[in-house]
Every structure is written in C-alpha cells, then in structure tokens.
Ligand binder design. Sequence first.
Ligand SMILES: C[S@@+](CC[C@H](N)C(=O)[O-])C[C@H]1O[C@@H](n2cnc3c(N)ncnc32)[C@H](O)[C@@H]1O
Length: 361
Amino acid sequence: MVYYIRFLKQPLIKRSGAKTYAATLITLTTDLGDDFFPYEVSLFATIIEQDEYQWKEFLWRPHMRTLWIELRIADVFQMPRTMTLLISPLRGTQGDRIRVDNMPEILGARCPVVPLGGHVVADRVQRQLLTEQARIDVYEDMGESIARHIWDAGCALIAYLDKLLTDEAKEGKTDLETASALARRFRSARLNGCRLLELGAGCGLVGIWMASALPHCYIHLTDLPEAMGILKFNVSQGRYASESRTDTSVLDWSKEIPHDLQNQKYDLIIVSDCTYNCDSIPLLVSKLEALLDVSPQALAVVSMKTRHDSEAIFFDLMAKAGIRQLEKQEVMLPGRSHMDPGRSAETAQIFVFEKLTAPQK
Ligand SMILES: C[S@@+](CC[C@H](N)C(=O)[O-])C[C@H]1O[C@@H](n2cnc3c(N)ncnc32)[C@H](O)[C@@H]1O
C-alpha cells in the first residue's frame, strides 16, 4: 500500500519576534484515507525558493494521525517571495521515482506557501513522479474527494506500462512471437501512434503519463463533471511527447456516451482504480461494451486493487458482455508484511481484455 503525504492546510509564514517560520499541518494516509502510516519514519520539510532550499527533519511516529510542521526560515529567504514547501521521506527536491520493482512506500507532496500577510490561495498540492519514460506533475485538490487525488492502482499501472515501454525500447527485448498483447500494442503505439480513451481518469495520472511517454498519440481523458476542474487543470499543465495531444470530456457511465465520442475508434481503453464501488460496476461494464463494439480491435486495460470480494462481479459482467480476459499481471505494492505479521502483502492487478468477435459465417 502506498501512503500519501497530504497537506491539511496550506502552509503559511508566521513571525515570532525577529524569527520567521513556515508552518502547516500534514497527514500520512492511504488513497482511501482509511489508515495512517503505522511506522516511524523521518520526513523532510523543504522550503524551496527558485534554486535555493533549506530543510528540517521531522519524525512521524506510529499512531500519529497528523503532524505539525514548523521550520524556521533563514534571512536569505526574504519576504514576500514565492516559496513552495515540499514534504517528503527523501532529502532533496527531487520527485518520487515510480518503478514496478520498487514502488515508493510514501509519496511526497508540495504546496505553495502563503506569504506573510497574504491570503490562502492554493487549494491544490503537487506530486512530482519520475519514471524511466516520463516525468509528470499531477496536482490534487487538498480535500478528500475521491476523484481529485491519485490512487494506488493508477501508480501501479504507470509503473507497469513504464517497464513495458522501457523493455520495448531496449533492442531485441520485445519478441513479437512471445510478447504479450499489450506489449505488442505498445510497440505499435510507439512506432505508429495510437488513440486512447481513459474512463474515470480522476486527476489524469495515467492518461497524462501516457501522453508524456508516447509520441504521436491522441489521448482522451473522461470523468464525471465534478472531476473536470482538476482534470482539465492537470491536462493543461502536461509536457507531452512529440506530437501527442490530449482532450477531456465528461463521460458519466450512468448516461449515454456523449455524441462526439460515440463513433470514435480507439486502440486502447484505460480504466484505473474504478471498480471499488460495486453499484457502478454494471454501468462501467456497459460503457466498455459499447465502446468496444465501436472499436473491436481495442484492448481494454483495467488496473485494480481489490478491496472487497464483491468486486468479482466485474469479471462476471465482462464475460457476459463477451469481453474476454487476455492477460493478468500483478504489481507488488510497497509494504512491510515481512516484519509486520498483522499486515498482508498487497498487489495491484492489471488486466487486459478484448472483445470477442462473432464467429465468421
Ligand atoms: C478511485 S478514482 C480513480 C482515479 C484515477 N483513475 C486514478 O487511478 O488515479 C475513481 C474515478 O472514477 C470516477 N467515477 C466514478 N463513478 C463514475 C461514473 N458514474 N462515471 C464516470 N466516472 C466515474 C470518479 O469520479 C473517480 O475519478
């Protein structure tokens, strides 16, 4: 399980006598917000101002739910200036490295600091994620809305896709005879471009990573109306691979597919961490079915972290809709189950599906 540093308040500058401090309140919790980091860990609070930075170490202890961060700011950091506060388990200002064989246990976050006498302006925090193929920034809303932050299965999916692309780029690694359907589709995407649709994109982590890693691609990210603010913002901030472009639309699984998307053909349809709510699974499957009817050659890539047994209905409904599971991969999520028998090892699963075509008469 990945734990996420979250700012509970925007950091601000305080004065006490002649001294100046930056202060904020953070927590260290799961994607669902249902658990707090249960071990002792050092966290580094780093004030960044252009190329300069200064830091202080804080200790997160077991059973903590929040941690007050307050660090003195040296005189070289004069007001008013634009400063950012980064909280991370890593010292320095780098982002978090996401690798399939080494997923980070804790993801850092950064947030602009309210200057002395200034107003709280930022309701967003930034995560910087580094993979072999792309470096992306994803902003999240400060609150706890499901749509407006990133999720374990999304992180696992970009780690997995990053490895596929990295292996594919190493000459001779992709043997077309034995490669998985997804690896072959990626090879074709790298050479010829591809059209990709993402359902339930949330902050846009996966779609933005794809558009940053793959050239000549068209990537359409969709979600509910309430997610559009953060999704559009993130998409507008992306630094994309050559000639790749992105678009966003509302696509609510409980409604008709919007007119402009109805007859579009795609090579890949991506769904990440969208099967946690069993009530919406039938709606999601019906949309996948309709989309795959229009794009029968497309592969649907679904990543999930199974949270309850009832999610199995997703697979029954996919089979009933004539959508066949081609592949399943597991990505180990970080955890200390080896030293904590109370916790079991966790994985995210990545499934690849295709539409069964009717037999030729
Ligand atoms: C757990 S989040 C995952 C977000 C993102 N895919 C990720 O991996 O970070 C689930 C997403 O599904 C979206 N969602 C839930 N119900 C939906 C519906 N009926 N139609 C469209 N999107 C929906 C939510 O708005 C949310 O963004």
